[in-house]
Design a protein around this ligand. Structure first.
Ligand code: MTE
Ligand code: MO
Length: 222
């Protein structure tokens, strides 16, 4: 498959990335407020939106379902490469959750359908040494999470949003959704999920964004 990141003029892509990197350096949007408690639904510094903004590196890979594969490997008992039919055979669930993007918008009550991470973990069975999870996407994006956050009951690999297949711009055919962290941790167009012992910062994590990204602790920047 051609590298979709090549679709965007190099200058435009660099500009986009540079602007977000400058935000991190300037500490833009930080309120310095603590969330009153985890029960507070809107994290500090966030504003509610009803639209669903699109954020990515400017390249949206179109993946033919016949060629789509998801590799789940690394420190697991049963590594697996799923094709579209194989993914569809895993238990499918519906979950409703809120989105919190580091660019300060939040969107409540998103109804997702897909495979719960808990169900995927039962299939691949991470080894005790697995402590972190690294994600690679079809647009070359990468991000990283502690396994404990990925294994959270509200996390899923989503194929549907509000009853319809996820559009390409929002990461279809399959994206990660980890609602308790800022949305940059939720890889769109996910291609590989790798379980590892040592953490490895991803695309935004090496460009000034927080390694963990808890919205209620305002972990925006590193
Ligand atoms: N593959 C990939 N996943 C990605 C991104 C990206 O550029 N590429 N951007 C991240 C960021 S910064 C955000 S805020 C969300 C945006 O998802 P949305 O466009 O569906 O709102 O996707 C995240 N996942
Ligand atoms: Mo983002």
């Amino acid at each position: 498959m051609p590298n979709a990141a090549d679709d965007l003029p190099q200058g435009a892509r660099e500009k986009l990335i540079q602007r977000k990197q400058e935000w991190a350096e300037a500490g833009r949007l930080l309120t310095g407020q603590a969330a009153i408690s985890d029960a507070q639904r809107l994290p500090p510094g966030q504003r509610l939106v009803t639209s669903w903004p699109v954020l990515d590196l400017g390249a949206q890979p179109k993946i033919d379902l016949k060629l789509w594969r998801l590799v789940v490997d690394g420190l697991v008992e049963s590594p697996i490469t799923l094709d579209w039919a194989g993914f569809g055979q895993l238990r499918q669930s519906e979950l409703v959750s809120d989105i919190h993007c580091v660019t300060a918008w939040s969107r409540y009550d998103n109804r997702w359908r897909g495979v719960r991470v808990a169900d995927l973990l039962e299939v691949v069975r991470p080894k005790p040494e697995a402590k972190f999870v690294l994600f690679q996407s079809y647009d070359t994006y990468t991000t990283n999470l502690p396994l404990a956050e990925f294994a959270a009951p509200e996390a899923l690999l989503a194929t549907h949003w509000e009853g319809a297949p996820l559009t390409i711009e929002h990461g279809g055919p399959v994206r990660v959704v980890v609602p308790k962290l800022y949305f940059w941790k939720s890889a769109k167009w996910v291609k590989r999920i790798q379980f590892v012992a040592e953490d490895k910062p991803g695309f935004w994590e090496v460009r000034g964004y927080h390694n963990h990204g808890d919205p209620w602790a305002e972990e925006r920047y590193s």
